[in-house]
Design a protein around this ligand. Structure first.
Ligand code: NCD
Length: 349
């Protein structure tokens, strides 16, 4: 996979358009392969992937584990409540335990921003070759979710050829709790890199005005943005103004566990002003899809009937796309590390 330069995958700010295209291309190939049961791909045979989730997860963790298994990796998982974390062991020492057992990849989720980044740095300084994949850190970043959302959207607009160009000039509306959402931040880097214009919609307490400038400065740690020209971001307060002309709408969970203070007067009022329903979606026009990364608060971010309507809801499709997307990430990381590229075609036969 020439051109892939990411040893660790910690955020999407440093991804070029070519990087997004490489992930989409591989994920699309993995998606079309009938990989079940014994029909696994040998790409990660003999490799050990450990999922270290210091915060709860349903989709991300199981999807990473399934992706690793489908590439023939051995998988170990860690659960904070039954681990030595409760005896006071640090995150780094916990990670080092898995490295000592031979982990090649650590997928790390933590409630604090920067933990996967710090781990990657610490392990590198210790001379370890283990790579770190960010499974979601604090409010900061959730790269694999941003990538699976990108696969879902590009496949919606261009099912046979889901490439970044499929989003050029599209208007993607993201509604809700942007402030506390690492998913929104990762989507902002990914969508604007593909040339989409993103409209953020919510109350000032959840969508601060300065999000409009989110991608204006070079990404942290980089002197220059790897994407020459990004789509624009705007902030719109009322759903009635955000939805007309939308090509897709993504809504986000109200992340109450990350809110330090009362930011909403009432959930009922939030649903009235920002909740999506079939009726509301009529403002967009025909066949505009709805996305949500899950977990969903039914009846708050969107109505149950909209969530369950397969004609508009891409929520299950997002979950389905999680596995091939994470396979693509694991594959690219392993391939860049060993520099010996397994041929997809021969390995799937
Ligand atoms: C998200 C997360 O954990 O950041 N969920 C996910 O990974 N699918 C979003 C959320 O918690 O609301």
């Amino acid at each position: 996979m020439s051109g892939w330069s990411h040893r660790h995958v910690l955020d999407l700010a440093s991804f070029s358009r070519e990087d997004f295209a490489a992930v989409l291309d591989l994920a699309q190939q993995f998606r079309s392969l009938p990989i079940t049961g014994a029909r696994k791909l040998p790409a990660l045979q003999g490799r050990l992937v450990a999922t270290l989730f210091f915060e709860p997860s349903t989709r991300t963790r199981s999807s990473f584990e399934l992706a690793a298994k489908r590439l023939s990796a051995d998988v170990m998982s860690f659960s904070p409540s039954s681990s030595s974390l409760s005896k006071g062991e640090s995150v780094l020492d916990t990670a080092r335990t898995y490295v000592a057992m031979g982990a090649d990849v650590l997928v790390v989720r933590h409630r604090s921003t920067g933990v996967p980044q710090q781990l990657a740095l610490d392990l590198q300084q210790m001379g370890e070759r283990t790579v770190v994949l960010n499974g979601g850190d604090g409010l900061h970043s959730h790269p694999s979710q941003g990538l699976l959302d990108l696969l879902t959207l590009t496949r919606f607009f261009s099912p046979q050829h889901p490439m970044p160009e499929a989003l050029q000039g599209r208007r993607i509306v993201i509604v809700g709790d942007i402030l506390h959402s690492r998913v929104a931040r990762s989507n902002l880097w990914a969508l604007t890199a593909c040339g989409a214009d993103v409209v953020l919609c919510g109350p000032p307490s959840l969508v601060p005005e300065d999000f409009a400038a989110f991608v204006d400065a070079p990404p942290p740690g980089l002197l220059k943005d790897p994407v020459p020209q990004r789509g624009k971001i705007s902030v719109v307060r009322r759903l009635e103004h955000a939805l007309p002309g939308a090509d897709a709408v993504m809504t986000l969970r109200l992340q109450k566990e990350r809110m330090g203070q009362q930011l909403l007067t009432s959930l009922k009022r939030y649903h009235r002003d920002f909740g999506l329903s079939h009726e509301r979606m009529q403002l967009c026009g025909e066949d505009v899809p709805v996305l949500h990364p899950g977990p969903v608060n039914r009846g708050i971010e969107l109505s149950g009937s909209l969530l369950d309507d397969p004609r508009v809801s891409l929520v299950e499709e997002q979950v389905r796309n999680g596995v091939p997307t994470r396979m693509a990430l694991l594959y690219l990381m392993a391939a860049s590390e060993s520099a010996t590229e397994a041929s997809l075609v021969s390995s799937s036969s």
